[in-house]
Design a protein around this ligand. Structure first.
Ligand code: NIG
Ligand code: FE
Length: 423
């Protein structure tokens, strides 16, 4: 099937070289005014001006999508999310509004452990049923690739259950799910007084099995004083690398643990969060190939004020990605447009830098930039179309969804209705 999207009032191609965008290229959209995209099957055939592609396609029988008045861009690549869980944690949200902190709630057995208890008591089939409609929602705001972490099971059986649910949903949904093993998300309650035994289990059994059975592509670890230490994280990461998994870290989120520097040293694909980093950490990142993935949704939802230093990172030539961190505790949103709004307003990223961070740099943070994240001939036809005539309006209209259509591998997978009709 051949489809021509033409005209596109603004076409953001994000074309460029094979490296993540950083410094002055962090905001490089390669925008074509009145552009067009030609797709053949699941692949992009051509990108150019509407005039040129219309001429080239004259007389051919093809499907057409009219994007007059619209912004057309690559689908969002949301490279950090925890979308598999049983229920929202709205009661904790209310407790935080009344003054409790995230750490206090976690210390009393709430937080991640609340989600762990529920997940352990839920069958794989039920967990799949609960997660599917939630995950599907990502398509409605233009996301075409979504990372999915485990980490609410924290034992052999339940971590496997989560990874199998991710595998099942990956086959069932048009959204591309990328599995990450996060067995080191919290300390399992049964190992409270013998954390080393659980780390041994992770290193000796869980990581090797997950890698061998190809249940995950990446391994992640939540490095915080009361959770996993830097030394434990290093042991976990080195094991994961030995077994062929890529590394990601929850780094310097609530306290400055040094995980950003550890990730840079170990060649992590990305280090994520970075709210507490200092200039030395930025220097370490600048000397590495690691992407800095910022998650402003979690700062916003926790009602905190210290956002990660996006401007300093960009200034230091560190490639910045943006992701939702969708999870029931700190960031209950799958809306990448909302994440862009937060990045622009709270971290002073320009709209162009934010779009780059949420597409091609997100693709780099998932080692998929050769296939997705930009609109170039030969790449996968993953796109989204916004009912807006300037890309800056995507973050400008905060908390509103103007996504009209989402296309995955050349197929329309979400189309917003025309809305209410006059009686
Ligand atoms: O990215 N920081 C650790 N993990 C999540 C929170 C998970 C939860 O609270 O359920 C995060 O913020
Ligand atoms: Fe997270």
């Amino acid at each position: 099937m051949t489809t021509l999207i033409s005209p596109c009032t603004q076409l953001l191609t994000l074309a460029g070289d094979a490296l993540p965008r950083k410094g002055s290229t962090q905001g490089q959209l390669r925008l074509i005014e009145r552009g067009a995209v030609l797709m053949e099957g699941d692949t992009i055939q051509a990108v150019g001006s509407a005039e040129e592609l219309e001429r080239r396609c004259a007389g051919l029988s093809l499907d057409r999508i009219d994007a007059e008045g619209c912004v057309v861009m690559p689908g969002f690549v949301d490279s950090h999310a925890h979308p598999i869980f049983v229920h929202p944690r709205d009661a904790e949200y209310e407790l935080r509004i009344q003054g409790a902190t995230y750490q206090e709630i976690a210390g009393k057995g709430g937080g991640i452990l609340n989600s762990v208890r529920a997940l352990r008591n839920t069958s794989k089939e039920q967990l799949t049923r609960l997660s599917e409609p939630r995950v599907r929602k990502a398509l409605e705001s233009g996301t075409t690739t979504l990372e999915a972490k485990s980490g609410y099971g924290l034992d052999v059986e339940n971590e496997r259950k989560m990874l199998e649910v991710i595998r099942e949903l990956r086959q069932r949904l048009p959204l591309e799910l990328v599995p990450t093993f996060l067995g080191a998300h919290e300390i399992p309650p049964e190992y409270r007084s013998s954390k080393e035994t659980y780390v041994d289990l992770l290193v000796e059994q869980m990581i090797p099995t997950v890698a061998r059975q190809e249940l995950a592509e990446f391994c992640d670890c939540f490095v915080e004083p009361n959770l996993y230490s830097l030394a434990e994280a290093e042991r976990i990461c080195r094991t994961a690398i030995r077994h062929g998994l890529g590394i990601k870290l929850h780094a310097d989120q609530l306290s400055r643990s040094g995980a950003t520097r550890l990730g840079a040293q170990l060649g992590a694909v990305s280090v994520d969060h970075l709210e507490q980093i200092e200039p030395e950490d930025i220097q370490a990142l600048a000397a590495s190939q690691t992407v800095a993935t910022l998650l402003p949704g979690s700062v916003f939802h926790l009602g905190l004020h210290r956002y990660p230093p996006a401007r300093a990172l960009i200034q230091a030539q560190v490639p910045v990605a943006l992701a939702s961190d969708f999870n029931p505790g700190t960031s209950p949103t799958l809306s990448m447009p909302m994440v862009l709004s937060l990045a622009c307003t709270q971290m002073r990223m320009t709209p162009a830098e934010a779009v780059v961070a949420a597409t091609i740099n997100g693709a780099h943070a998932l080692r998929r930039a050769d296939r997705i994240g930009s609109l170039e001939p030969g790449k996968q036809a993953d796109l989204c179309i916004f009912d807006l005539d300037d890309y800056r309006q995507i973050p400008y209209f905060f908390g509103m969804n103007h996504c009209r259509m989402t296309i995955k591998k050349g197929t329309v997978v979400y189309r917003r209705d025309r809305g209410w009709q006059e009686p």
